[in-house]
Design a protein around this ligand. Sequence first.
Ligand code: PNS
Length: 166
Amino acid sequence: MSAQPRVAVFPGSFDPITLGHEDVVRRSLAFADRVVVGVAEQPTHAKQGMFTVEERVAMIRESFPDEPRVEAAAFGGLLVDFARSVGARLVVRGVRTVADFEYEQQMAMMNRRLLASLETVFMAPDPAHAFVSATLVRQIATLGGDVAPFVSPAVLRHIRARAAGG
Ligand code: PNS
């Protein structure tokens, strides 16, 4: 009998997905058979949004056209329930800075308290992306700056269309 596929969930707001996020997804494929990128409808810290949850899911799918092991889906409610529903026992999160770590550790411990079988794996990003965040990308794009170095060409097209009023 073959072993159960190892499924990891990579949850977040992804408004929009950045090259930093994509790097974490690709690194996760080294230890997961499938990575489900989950776009939260109820993030803990709600922020001023740029794209709808459906648009974010679509952009994630467009960012991995040749990677059948990567999926994207929206989820409402708790992350632990979403993880259970897709058969994931791993949660992946990218940790860029010490400031990130405090919040990430609190979430990891709370999620494990809610679902004991769920482990969180923290991934260190490629240093090239360590300063990139979706929040900064949104602000730079909104104020007319160039975000081409921080997002994939597919995402850049959506950002430019939005800036042009699309
Ligand atoms: O990209 P973000 O906004 O830092 O991601 C935060 C996210 C979506 C992972 C977190 O807010 C989350 O898991 N929200 C779903 C609701 C939930 O499970 N809350 C309890 C977390 S301990």
